[in-house]
Design a protein around this ligand. Sequence first.
Ligand code: DX5
Ligand code: ZN
Length: 215
Amino acid sequence: MEKIISPSILSADFANLQREIERVQNAEWLHLDVMDGHFVPNLTIGPSVIRSLRQVTRHVLDVHLMISNPLFYAGEFARAGADLICFHLESDSDPSHVIDKIRRYGKKAGLAIKPGTPASALTPYLSQLDMVLVMTVEPGFGGQAFMYEMLPKLREVREIVDRSGNPDLLVQVDGGVKAETGRLCAEAGADVLVAGSFIFGHEDPAAQVELLRQC
Ligand code: DX5
Ligand code: ZN
């Protein structure tokens, strides 16, 4: 299966977001990092930015919630036009309740794990999910170095996903993904590669998307 590329706008020019996303028309998805200054020590965008982006693009909007209370906010992001809402297992909300809420809005649900969380923690939820996200940096900032020690966990996640009996479940990786680390992630079983600085930190973002796809 061809890998899905999801450019993270965290490394884009926020004064020109529409222009920036037009430069990655060759990517299927767009990764939108939401941070609340509490779950992670950084603040980014909220539903109003996503609502505006929804008006100007047909990308699949892949929303990554790095927030403490995804149960409270999931509906807001669904109404804003997210296609897929991914939240963290380490948040304060009960994962099953958040997944149910996302589904009630007719959206796809993803569950993310930080580097310190084992693959097995995902197991109880696999049948309810559309995607799992293996973080390959500590969430919070773009431009960090890829944690190579996450590769065995990624392989383990691939195995438990394959054994889950849920054929549509995707495995996403996020953090430090560049040509070489993207290739390693693809080999380890990732279906969706998120990349921020590798794509938007370059003068030709579309060419970077192609580079990743070919790795
Ligand atoms: C980090 C975010 C990532 C970030 C990745 O917490 O979840 O999506 O944008 O940025 P790079 O690809 O630069 O590591
Ligand atoms: Zn992200």
